[in-house]
Design a protein. Structure first.
Length: 371
């Protein structure tokens, strides 16, 4: 009887222990897992580090690193201090990319930035890495030039009043992330013979539709087929273009054949680096130099007198007078004449222009001047 009682007691103890264990397992499994938002809340967000960050202790007195962070994007610049420049220096794009909050392999809070490939292709960057990891520690933003480096660049959030050079960086960042309209490009050309030489002449009209952004660092490219062969016909300097302005580029170049087809006109830019604030740099408009009072002179040579006026606020040290000859509206030939004497702001000057194109058939000639 005692044995039976002992067995019953042992069985009851085991049953109670098993039930208790099962209850704890059920409670444990029923407990809600931490939400992903609670985990993410432990990480900083890109909005937490918005602003201008400046290198704390640069190795050189005239060079430092800076970063601009805004709305999940970061631009890093290498800044050069030089009094030669109006703003006291200049900034070169070092790296640009997005920002994603992470825990680093050392368990520290930080961000990973993947490079903006389009901007790297268009603008070029001094850093060739596909991504950069930032560490945020003790209010400092730190990054290495590459994963193999030991030393960090250490940046602190700038809270003072930006000097012209720092404001320039902020403007660069704003421009890089603004919606921008592309240039509008139209061109016309003609191939003409002058004695034994063939020439490709052209008139290219370029419009900048952006309301607040001027464009600089541009170049004209004209490509096409010559005798059926793909050819780079023209690669030429393009003047700066003020905001909401239109310019024309006129010139000519020698060519091997009259068989020219599939001509394409393009203006090559430096990506975001070609855009600058019009109000800040005051790029002269095309109508700041005007031509008037065109008078044809009699004689063996086709010659004219014209009045050139500088309507702008700055002197024009060099000018080019462009001539476009047409017959029944079609382009016949173009010509250019350089004016090397400075035309002061507000000055009007009468200039005599000689042309050798009397032998060409044309019924209209247009004059205009460009800086």
């Amino acid at each position: 009887m005692k044995k039976i009682l002992i067995l019953v007691v042992v069985f009851m103890m085991l049953f109670t222990a098993a039930c208790g264990k099962k209850e704890e397992e059920q409670k444990s499994s029923a407990a809600p897992a931490p939400k992903s938002s609670e985990v993410e809340a432990e990480l900083p967000t890109p909005d937490d580090i918005m602003g201008l960050w400046i290198e704390e202790e640069p190795e050189e007195e005239d060079t430092y690193m800076a970063a601009v962070v805004d709305h999940g994007e970061v631009d890093i610049y290498e800044v050069y201090i030089d009094d030669y420049y109006d703003k006291g220096g200049y900034a070169s794009l070092y790296f640009a990319g997005d920002l994603t909050a992470v825990k680093t392999k050392d368990g520290e809070s930080g961000f990973v930035s993947k490079v903006d490939e389009e901007r790297r292709d268009d603008e070029g960057m001094m850093n060739y890495n596909d991504q950069i990891t930032f560490v945020l520690k003790d209010g400092k933003l730190m990054f290495k030039e590459s994963q193999y480096d030991e030393e960090y660049f250490v940046l602190t959030l700038f809270k003072g009043e930006a000097d012209p050079l720092q404001q320039g960086m902020l403007n660069l960042f704003d421009i890089a992330h603004m919606e921008k309209d592309p240039l509008e490009v139209k061109g016309e050309y003609n191939v003409f013979q002058d004695y034994s030489n063939l020439f490709f002449c052209y008139v290219v009209t370029v419009t900048n539709p952006n309301k607040s952004l001027a464009m600089v660092g541009l170049s004209l490219e004209i490509k096409g087929k010559v005798n059926g062969v793909d050819t780079d016909i023209v690669s030429y300097y393009c003047p700066n273009i003020a905001a909401e302005d239109t310019i024309r580029i006129v010139s000519q170049t020698r060519i091997e054949s009259k068989d020219v087809t599939d001509v394409v006109f393009n203006i090559k830019t430096m990506g975001n680096s070609s855009y600058i604030m019009q109000d800040e740099y005051n790029i002269p408009r095309s109508d700041s130099i005007t031509v008037s009072n065109v008078q044809q002179k009699k004689g063996d040579l086709q010659s004219y007198t014209i009045d050139i006026t500088n309507n702008g606020d700055e002197d024009a040290p060099f000018l080019t007078v462009c001539m476009v000859y047409r017959n029944k509206g079609e382009l016949v030939v173009t010509n250019e004449r350089m004016i090397s004497d400075t035309l002061k702001a507000g000055e009007t000057r009468t200039v005599e222009i000689y042309s050798v194109y009397k032998k060409f058939d044309f019924d209209d000639v247009e004059f205009f001047a460009v800086r």
